[in-house]
Write a protein that binds this ligand. Structure first.
Ligand SMILES: [Fe+2]
Length: 459
């Protein structure tokens, strides 16, 4: 009976190592592998940088080096008795001397984990290297919690085997839970290629890893088996808490990512709808094709030149895109008339700012959109329409659109003329500073014209 339980305990311990190696490989593959890299090569790389293999290698090297140093000291002090040297080697493997080696090994091990994770992240071109480090540290925490003295109850071999079996089962559960909860959620995050604050992913596991490395090293100082059993239970409970905590953190970040993505999609949709509307307005007038989009572009250039915030530059772009939407309410015959407009026809044309304002006022979530539509035909001297507003009373964004609108009218073809030469456009704007146009904005437009040496800013 004792034999059977002992065999099961050893077998489970070995299986745990195999599961650790395979799940680690699968985790790296799931999160960071891109097709094009050899799977076999990835398996070998993940095997030789596997937290378990690296730890065992460091631990043996440390043990050999420290024993070598002790023998060297003994020999240099004149001890050459074979029995005395054998005692030194035996002492080196005793729990009290192991604890120092163990603590140092854990620290060297963590340094290697950072180095390997960084190199592998580089090799696999991982979008976020801190996530690779996180996966290495996540498995390290499982390893640190797994690495306990396999023989704490030397005088109770049966009880010892039962404890080892229970412990292996706990570690199996922890490994599979990590893979199913944390790694799967993490792979979703890496596939979205979002920039993630590395501190969340690296600082917490590092601190936990160090605390655990020190406490597991310290357990060798305690001869009391009750203390060690308490440590076993404590480490298992904490291990599950870590896994759960990381799961919650990763899920929260994923939920935020989904929300940002949904917001981006809605934003793209509204921009596309606005651009489609702008094309609809322009299609009504065969001589002003592309007018709205160009006015929007020039308005944004002006806003940038005036030093407005990125948000304001974007707002003025949308406002300008829809500035002529009121033309929908003006009959096609009047808009496309090639003859000189009668006073009545001109009066109808002049209603488009207020029609546009009424339409856009319906968009309650963007009340600012209607501003450009209503006041883009106002003049700085107050002689414009529909309200005859003057100077600073005209909303700032509408004054920007007014300059951009006139610039496009002069630089695009009309039924009765081709677009004007650049120097003529420039002097036209210069002559109307303070009368038709806001002086600051018009000067900005002149600067833009002067920068446009090849005259590319026209229809
Ligand atoms: Fe207009």
């Amino acid at each position: 009976m004792q034999e059977v339980i002992s065999t099961i305990s050893t077998l489970l311990g070995d299986l745990l190592i195999v599961a650790f190696i395979i799940l680690f490989y699968l985790s790296i593959k799931k999160c960071f592998w891109q097709s094009g890299k050899s799977r076999i090569l990835l398996f070998f790389v993940s095997f030789f940088t596997n937290p378990f293999i690296v730890y065992v290698a460091i631990y043996f090297i440390m043990a050999i080096v420290s024993t070598g140093i002790k023998i060297f000291h003994a020999v240099s002090m004149g001890i050459d008795d074979v029995d005395a040297l054998t005692d030194i080697i035996k002492q080196s493997a005793s729990p009290s001397s192991l604890s120092i080696d163990l603590a140092v090994s854990w620290f060297i091990y963590l340094l290697f984990m950072f180095l390997f994770a960084y190199l592998i992240g580089k090799w696999l071109k991982a979008p976020n290297k801190s996530l690779v480090i996180f996966v290495y540290l996540l498995f390290s925490i499982i390893l640190i919690c797994t690495f306990k003295s396999s023989n704490i109850l030397g005088d109770h071999p049966m009880l010892q085997s039962i404890i080892n079996i229970t412990d292996s089962l706990v570690q199996f559960t922890a490994l599979f839970l990590t893979y199913h909860l944390d790694i799967k959620a993490l792979s979703k995050m890496t596939s979205q290629r979002r920039e993630i604050n590395w501190k969340i992913f690296v600082i917490t596991p590092t601190v936990l890893g160090i605390i655990f490395a020190v406490s597991s090293a310290l357990q060798f100082y305690k001869d009391n088996s009750d203390v060690i059993i308490a440590f076993y239970i404590f480490s298992d409970v904490l291990l599950f808490l870590f896994i759960w905590a990381f799961y919650v953190i990763i899920q929260n970040i994923n939920a935020t990512n989904d929300a940002i993505k949904a917001k981006d999609e809605v934003k793209t949709l509204s921009v596309e709808v606005m651009e489609a509307l702008a094309h609809t307005i322009d299609a009504k007038d065969e001589y002003t094709r592309g007018h709205s989009v160009r006015v929007a572009k020039y308005s944004r250039m002006l806003a940038e030149k005036l030093g407005l915030s990125a948000e304001d530059c974007e707002n003025v772009y949308y406002m300008a895109l829809l500035h002529d939407i009121g033309k929908i309410g003006v009959p096609n015959e009047i808009i496309n008339s090639t003859a000189k407009l009668t006073d009545d026809e001109y009066a109808v044309i002049k209603t488009h700012p207020s029609i546009g304002y009424d339409i856009l006022s319906e968009i309650k979530s963007r009340p600012d959109l209607s501003i450009g539509a209503r006041w883009h035909h106002e003049r700085y001297d107050g002689k414009g329409y529909p309200d005859g507003k003057k100077g600073e009373d005209i909303p700032f964004f509408a004054r920007i659109i007014a300059v951009a609108d006139s610039y496009d009218a002069m630089t695009s073809n009309r039924s009765y003329r081709n677009y004007m030469p650049q120097d003529k456009v420039r002097s036209e704007i210069e002559n109307n500073i303070g009368t038709q146009f806001d002086p600051d904005i018009a000067k900005c437009m002149l600067a833009i014209i002067d920068d446009d040496i090849d005259y590319v800013l026209h229809e």
